[in-house]
Design a binder for this molecule. Structure first.
Ligand SMILES: Cc1cc2nc3c(=O)[nH]c(=O)nc-3n(C[C@H](O)[C@H](O)[C@H](O)COP(=O)(O)OP(=O)(O)OC[C@H]3O[C@@H](n4cnc5c(N)ncnc54)[C@H](O)[C@@H]3O)c2cc1C
Length: 411
């Protein structure tokens, strides 16, 4: 018997390919009957690109996404606060890719099917419950079918059924009152065509980066508008596919027209807009229960700050495969090593993101100079800016020196 993965999303498929590469028998069960390129843009940070590179996927990433060269922090008045090189330009041995989430998902799906065999990557199989005994774990699906394995991995996202079975009283994710409107627009490149920007402050933020080149010279540009809503606003349950409306965001950004980017004009070109509440969950005291563990958003849903959603799921997948690949059939030891390696850093990151993560510099500048500044150094020092950025990279596992020097997770 081998490993059963529940959820064929980014984490589940990466885990499946990593376990397969480690010589472990693996099967994936995805609830969606029809896997389509859903979502908008995400970033895959260099530590996660390293993992996908070691799985032989970097050429596909390079074809599909854009290698990000720079990150800039900008105030709500369009004033630059901080800029830093990213990916290869920052000295990493691996690029950072800004990429369409759905296209990344599809390329992982195609590769997983090719490597594992299409019959081991099931769609239309929604897990409803599990049962364990001394010899194995059984997954029960909504279609009445079952599967049995030595280990079961809950990689079933923010509404994880595996997690809910373990924690029936956990309730809904925590909402802090902010909503994200996420969209893509086709537009001419801004700045150098490979820069990501984070603008504004805690109550009103705008994030934007290109995720694909078009043959006519335009780009597919991903943007996220984040607003904190009044405290009594009802909360829409988080659904990655819930449509949002431009009318709910554009009026708040009317003044955000800068020589190098006209934010309302970019928003007006949106192809489709989705809304998603900013939610997370408290870190768990343990991910394992017998033969069952959790991975990705099922294990550690966190605020989408610092580009960690997909990247941390990819790291989980690779570390899980490393420990199961090395455990010599002692699954309990392999799962314990995985939990010890991945749970503490992702818990720390979840908590750091509640304090705004690296974006805290936007809020500090806004608090200290709400009307803008003439001398940035009088508002915030270069040292404070550099230390905030470096601290977060260490926490999230992508300090350039440590990443370039650490050993491979390939078992
Ligand atoms: C449709 C969709 C669109 C998204 N769009 C964005 C986006 O635009 N920007 C962004 O930052 N993040 C987006 N995300 C989230 C992002 O993919 C994750 O935060 C990140 O990649 C972590 O990956 P994951 O594998 O843990 O979770 P996910 O990528 O969410 O994958 C979880 C998978 O589990 C499946 N699943 C759920 N329940 C069951 C069940 N009971 N049985 C079997 N399978 C189940 C889901 O269908 C899904 O395919 C989206 C997720 C989804 C599912």
């Amino acid at each position: 018997m081998g490993v059963i993965i529940i959820g064929g999303g980014i984490g589940g498929l990466t885990a499946a390919m990593s376990l397969h590469a480690a010589g472990i028998d693996v099967e994936v069960f995805e609830a969606a009957a029809d896997v389509r390129p859903l979502g908008v843009g995400i970033n895959v940070l260099p530590h996660a690109v390293r993992e996908l590179t070691e799985l032989g996927l970097q050429p596909l990433l390079a074809e599909t996404g854009i290698a990000t060269r720079e990150l800039r922090y900008i105030s709500a008045h369009g004033q630059e606060i901080w800029r830093e090189a990213r990916g290869l330009a920052a000295g990493y041995d691996w690029p950072q890719y800004s990429i369409h989430r759905g296209r990344l998902h599809m390329l992982l799906m195609v590769e997983a099917r090719a490597r594992l065999g299409a019959r081991r990557v099931h769609t239309g199989r929604r897990l409803v419950r599990t049962e364990q005994d001394a010899a194995g774990v059984t997954a029960f699906f909504a279609d009445g079918g079952q599967a049995r394995g030595s280990v079961l991995v809950g990689a079933d996202g923010i509404h994880s059924a595996v997690r809910a079975e373990r924690l029936p009283d956990e309730g809904a994710p925590r909402w802090k009152g902010a909503v994200l409107w996420r969209a893509t627009s086709v537009a001419p490149p801004f700045l150098d065509g490979a820069t990501m920007i984070q603008c504004g402050h805690h109550d009103l933020k705008f994030v934007c980066y290109p995720i694909a080149h078009n043959p006519d010279g335009t780009q597919l540009i991903n943007w996220i508008a984040e607003r904190v809503l009044p405290a009594d606003t009802p909360w829409n349950r988080e659904d990655w596919n819930r449509q949002g409306s431009l009318a709910e965001v554009i009026p708040h950004y009317q003044d955000w027209r800068w020589p190098w980017l006209d934010v309302p004009a970019l928003m007006a070109r949106a192809e489709a807009v989705y809304e998603f509440p900013m939610v997370d969950r408290d870190p768990l005291p343990g991910w394992n229960q017998g033969r069952i563990t959790l991975l990705g958003d099922a294990a550690h849903p966190m605020y989408p700050i610092g580009s960690n959603g997909a990247s941390q799921a990819i790291l989980d997948a690779r570390v899980l495969a490393m420990h199961l690949g090395r455990c010599g059939g002692d699954w309990a030891a392999g799962l314990a090593a995985y939990d010890a390696a991945r749970r503490p850093p992702t818990a720390a990151l979840t908590l750091a993101n509640r304090e705004l993560g690296p974006d805290v510099i936007l809020e500090r500048v806004h608090q200290r100079a709400p009307q803008g500044f003439t001398d940035l150094n009088a508002v915030i020092s270069q040292r404070e800016l550099a230390e905030t950025a470096a601290h977060y990279k260490k926490l999230a596992g992508f300090d350039p020196v440590l990443l370039n020097e650490r050993e491979s997770y390939t078992p």
